[in-house]
Ligand binder design. Structure first.
Ligand SMILES: [Zn+2]
Length: 96
């Protein structure tokens, strides 16, 4: 971790963390902030707990308690939300 990053983390009273993305075969990708890199090459899926591969996204800091797991209900983001809206609109059009 670069010393300037550590200084910024300390100056802003943050807790140093590592951002990772967990790749579950059943539930897709989930982002997490953890204190230390796992000793194994896997991290548990926040939905099902299955040991899954992960990628390190980068180092940073957070004010939130660790580990911080992205809300599984929001993991699909805008793309899935737009798909749901489109499905709803198509369904509405069919019923009009
Ligand atoms: Zn899973």
């Amino acid at each position: 971790m670069a010393s300037t990053l550590l200084a910024e983390i300390a100056d802003n009273k943050l807790q140093a963390c590592l951002f990772i993305e967990v790749h579950c075969r059943a539930h897709g990708d989930h982002r997490a902030a953890i204190e230390n890199e796992p000793t194994s090459h896997q991290f548990p899926c926040p939905v099902c707990g299955a040991e899954s591969a992960y990628s390190v996204l980068g180092a940073g800091g957070t004010i939130k308690p660790l580990p911080l797991i992205e809300n599984p209900q929001n993991v699909y983001g805008w793309k899935a939300a737009n798909a749901r809206v489109l499905t709803l609109q198509v369904g509405t059009l069919r019923h009009v």
